[in-house]
Design a protein around this ligand. Structure first.
Ligand code: HEM
Length: 430
């Protein structure tokens, strides 16, 4: 049925609000999870995107929506130089400063006895980081009393809606364009007023790089810039925020996890306000297991990601292949009791098989997330800092409220959007 008509998918995604993924979960159970590496393979083998699927993203000129393998390679190469491990490491002082700001906001919540919306707070952090990457300036999301949410609103509108509906249903995207317009204005001021100090090839921002005269004019149109900028900002905000918020939810609801993690963190963070580098933190095995488990369960991208292999089959057999990261992360053979947050599984698994191979939040291969190094650095620095410094009391999160029930590109719960709130109960003194 699904092969014959897309109406079936349309019905479950539009009328039933993003539930097609669960209709096909059973069909996917019979597939070998190792086939994942065949679909999402390295750039040595060509992988196009499916032309009827990419409009879902609503950014036709961005790398993420580029159908042809070779054009994609070029667009991706322009981005990659900013997100290589070396470039991202140079961003460390910016991220540390923003994490420090988040900590001082949490102190304010503690003093005021108020409940903090963790998704808003972490979303403000990731928005500040990604706008700095793109435009050389953070927009003070963390300074805003309510952690302004323009980007998150746009991300939530950007929601796995079929292309037919996408064009008319994007109010959040227009809000983001307003925001981008303000960014362009500020960008000119920054260029005029001060030297731009950001990383990438030779201390320039991504936007400057994408407008460089070395790039063919057809590749630096306003539409290209808008779509690439929009993708980076949205992709860099909501997804990463979710891994921090899920981590906080599970860590602070699990006494054993929290205590073991804190004991390990004391090795590199001797006082609650000490700082450590990404290189130091990634050597900590338990923190690594906690971060892996948060990435596995935060379901940042559950949408199916179709690929076409143009050179490997007869044209008539070029059926798009796809699966969802959700199916790999929740496969009970790979991760027993898959909905349970259990960092121990990373130690146990390493005795039997390579569980890392099945951790694919960024997917794999030539179209893998370009921001992966940035995410990994952010998650190490952020989780370590807030766990070492605060005791959070999570406000009654029912597992049903965070479990994925709907596919809206990212995983959405049964009703509403993801909400994880906490009280900052105390600051740690030693
Ligand atoms: C936990 C955080 C994140 C997750 C789970 C995630 C996940 C993904 C996934 C699954 C894809 C593949 C999409 C597809 O095949 O169509 C992707 C692509 C992409 N992501 Fe991320 N992402 C995250 C954070 C970020 C960040 C921080 C950035 C900003 C730099 C970013 C920028 C991008 C871009 C530009 C692409 C398109 C890459 C290409 O087509 O070559 N992502 N991401």
């Amino acid at each position: 049925m699904t092969a014959i008509t897309s109406l079936y998918e349309l019905y479950y995604n539009v009328v039933c609000d993003g539930r097609f993924i669960f209709r096909i979960e059973k069909m996917h159970k019979k597939y070998d999870p190792d086939f994942y590496d065949e679909i999402y393979t390295s750039s040595v083998r060509k992988r196009d995107k499916e032309p009827t699927f990419v409009p879902t993203f609503g950014v036709p000129y961005a790398a993420v929506a580029t159908v042809k393998h070779d054009v994609h390679r070029y667009r991706r190469s322009l981005l990659y130089e900013f997100f290589s491990r070396r470039s991202v490491s140079r961003l460390s002082p910016v991220i540390e400063e923003r994490v420090g700001k988040l900590m001082s906001r949490l102190v304010e919540f503690h003093v005021g006895g108020e409940v903090v919306d963790l998704c808003g707070a972490f979303g403000a952090l990731t928005s500040d980081v990604i706008t700095f990457c793109c435009y050389g300036k953070s927009w003070g999301f963390l300074e805003d009393p309510d952690f302004r949410s323009d980007i998150r609103t746009a991300a939530n509108d950007f929601a796995g809606v079929p292309p037919q509906v996408m064009a008319v249903l994007m109010p959040g995207k227009s809000a983001l364009f307003e925001f981008q317009r303000s960014i362009f204005e500020h960008f000119s001021a920054v260029v005029a007023g001060q030297r731009i100090t950001l990383t990438g090839g030779g201390g320039i921002t991504i936007i400057k790089r994408l407008t460089s005269e070395a790039i063919p004019p057809s590749e630096r149109t306003l539409s290209r810039l808008q779509d690439e900028g929009f993708t980076l900002i949205v992709a860099g905000t909501e997804t990463t925020m979710r891994s921090f918020a899920f981590a906080a939810n599970y860590i602070f609801q699990g006494y054993m996890v929290r205590e073991r993690l804190r004991a390990e963190l004391r090795q590199v963070l001797p006082t609650p306000t000490s700082t450590a580098t990404w290189e130091e933190l990634e050597k900590l095995p338990y923190l690594t297991a906690v971060d892996n488990e948060s990435l596995r369960l935060s379901n940042a991208a559950v949408i199916r990601l179709p690929r076409v292999a143009p050179n490997e089959y007869e044209p008539s057999l070029q059926t798009p292949m796809s699966t969802s990261i959700y199916f790999v992360h929740h496969n009970p053979v790979i991760s027993p009791d898959p909905h349970n947050f259990n960092p121990e599984r990373w130690f146990k698994a390493s005795e039997d098989f390579n569980l890392r191979k099945y951790l694919v939040p960024f997917t794999k291969g030539s179209r893998k997330c370009v921001g992966v190094n940035l995410v990994i650095m952010e998650i190490y620095l952020t989780v370590a800092t807030y766990v070492r410094r605060f005791v959070l009391e999570i406000q009654s999160v029912d597992p049903g409220n965070i479990r994925v029930a709907r596919d809206r590109v990212v995983g959405f719960p049964e009703t509403g959007t993801l909400q994880i709130c906490a009280k900052v109960k105390s600051t740690i003194q030693f």
